[in-house]
Write a protein that binds this ligand. Structure first.
Ligand code: PGA
Length: 231
């Protein structure tokens, strides 16, 4: 399987012009990449303006609502994202759990809605309880055939420049696989850069979720190229 590299731009940049610049530079840099899939998850207002011309690059979003349409002021639905050309949506990111007080129950509803709309959710977790079945559990993984990606993002590693060691992350990957099954793709996220990305693939991960380093197109292209060569 090709490693999946997800760029999470978070709430950046502040202008469409800059978003187009980063996107264009990234696209140019990865156009000959054959062994990785690269996904750009930009803020909502830019999605419509970022048109990939290479199949190597796909679009995603950083969140969605749990209903497809209706009287929900300010929300963006999974169907809208699908109709705009998004393939993926990040859900349950720790920053949303922290600042928007998203609970496992809310994330679970979003997950179901995203799957229903034909999007592939990237579910972010930092502990196993977030995917275990139960009153707080986030999903019913009984069938283990869901088209689901789980990103293990330890809180201490996000945006700190202090990544979790590949060994430690690899142990967590095994625990996640025990719950989610072998069909689930499992990514690592948290201070990933061009130097360390390949270590997580070697540790068994199916890809990486990249925040800060994805906004620097030079660094991000180097990261993608490193994975493309080393895998
Ligand atoms: P970071 O963010 O790469 O800046 O640590 C990762 C994330 O929050 O998805």
């Amino acid at each position: 399987m090709k490693p999946l590299i997800i760029a999470n731009w978070k709430c950046n940049p502040t202008t469409l012009r800059e978003a187009k610049r980063i996107f264009g530079a990234t696209e140019k840099g990865v156009k000959d990449i054959k062994n990785c899939e690269v996904v750009i998850c930009s803020p909502f207002p830019y999605i419509l303006h970022l048109k990939p011309y290479t199949l190597n690059l796909t679009l995603g979003a950083q969140n969605c609502f749990y209903e497809d349409e209706g009287a929900f002021t300010g929300e963006i639905s999974p169907k809208m994202l699908k109709n705009l050309g998004c393939k993926y949506v990040i859900l349950g990111h720790s920053e949303r759990r922290k600042y928007q007080k998203e609970t496992d129950e809310m994330v679970n509803k979003k997950l179901k809605a995203a799957l229903g709309a034909g999007l592939t959710p990237i579910l972010c977790i930092d502990k196993i309880s977030q995917i275990k079945k139960g009153p707080k559990g986030i999903l019913n993984l009984e069938s283990k055939t869901l088209n689901l990606i789980i990103a293990y993002e330890p809180l201490f590693a996000i945006g700190t420049g202090k990544p979790c060691s590949p060994e430690r992350a690899g142990k967590m990957r095994e625990e996640i696989e025990k719950v989610a099954g072998k069909n689930a793709k499992i990514l690592y996220g948290g201070s990933v850069n061009s130097e360390n990305a390949a270590d997580y693939i070697k540790a068994g991960f199916d890809g990486v979720l990249v925040g800060g380093a994805s906004l620097n197109s030079k660094e991000f292209i180097a990261l993608v190229k490193n994975l493309n060569i080393k895998i």
